[in-house]
Write a protein that binds this ligand. Structure first.
Ligand code: API
Length: 297
């Protein structure tokens, strides 16, 4: 079966975007893994599938699959690429657009220069909102925020802010993101048993009250060059800790994002770039990936 796709990125967080409106796309975790594979497939951090909406007020629905095949609730950089895709592919000329994601509706507005501003929806801060088991854990207030002290299997502990942007985030403050142990600590936090749905692990360096640097070890994808919901989670955590003032420039390894939060509305602005369009034989791709040796335990 041949699928048309667009290869896109938002600040270096890259996607395969599929039109599930004009073509019949039956997505499975295995197919998502095959598309995302950087050797056997096209290569991407996430797969976005654009479909006709269920919600009467939405223009389109889009579903998000991490490169490990897991389907998730929200993708900030993906939201911007979704708008660019819909406009570029002639699916709709409407602007702003209303997008339906797993947890509700987003409003997305593309400016004449191509930059997209997204109303990112609700933010929540309770451990239950990120499916975090706090039993027996120490915590302390930090201004309006709560920091949870989580022991890790490598005999270190981290102080985490918990933020749900529909998807779950655990944010820690570090002195220098370039020196932060993202490769070692990221997986230990991402798959920690206390996070029942796993978690996106953010490492935030505060530069000044309006500027941070950020790296994120993403749930189901590993470290990405940028994470839109991660940028939102870090800014919200920093504001709640009394360390940041909205709006905040978030410098990621893939480029800058601008995040505003006034405790009721959370918006993110940034780029959405189409790299190329193509066609893929999904059955041939999935078959060739099956020949790959399984990862060593
Ligand atoms: N890895 C995330 C999904 C993609 C989010 C990220 N790429 C963004 O731009 O928000 C999760 O499992 O919740």
């Amino acid at each position: 079966m041949i699928w048309n796709f667009s290869k896109m990125h938002g600040a270096g967080n890259d996607f395969v975007v599929l039109d599930g409106v004009r073509q019949s796309i039956d997505m499975t975790p295995q197919r998502a893994r095959a598309l995302a594979d950087r050797h056997f497939g096209i290569g991407a951090d996430q797969i976005l599938l654009v479909q006709a909406p269920h919600h009467p007020e939405a223009d389109f629905r889009y579903r998000i699959f991490n490169s490990d095949g897991s389907e998730v609730e929200h993708c900030g950089n993906g939201a911007r690429c979704f708008v660019q895709f819909v406009h570029e592919q002639g699916l709709s000329g409407r602007n702003p657009l209303r997008a339906e994601i797993a947890t509700g509706l987003l409003t997305l507005d593309q400016a004449a220069n191509g930059e997209v501003t997204v109303d990112m929806g609700q933010t929540r801060f309770e451990p239950a909102d990120v499916s975090f088991d706090t039993q027996g854990l120490a915590s302390r207030a930090c201004a309006a925020d709560t920091l949870w002290t989580l022991p890790l299997p490598n005999n270190t502990t981290v102080d985490l802010s918990l933020v749900a942007i529909s998807n779950p985030h655990a944010v820690q403050q570090v002195a220098d993101v370039d020196a932060a142990p993202v490769g070692e600590q990221g997986p230990l936090i991402e798959s920690h048993p206390r996070f029942a749905r796993r978690v996106n692990a953010g490492f935030m360096q505060i530069v000044d009250r309006r500027t941070i640097r950020l790296r994120v070890y993403e749930r189901g994808a590993g470290e990405t060059l940028a994470c839109g919901t991660g940028a939102c989670a870090a800014v919200v955590a920093g504001i709640r800790r009394g360390l940041l003032d909205s709006p905040v420039q978030v410098h990621t390894r893939g480029g800058p994002l601008t995040i505003s939060w006034n405790a009721t509305q959370l918006t993110m602005s940034g780029p959405a770039i189409t790299v190329f369009n193509g066609q893929v034989d999904i059955d041939a791709l999935t078959h060739s990936l099956n020949l790959k040796e399984p990862p060593k335990p």
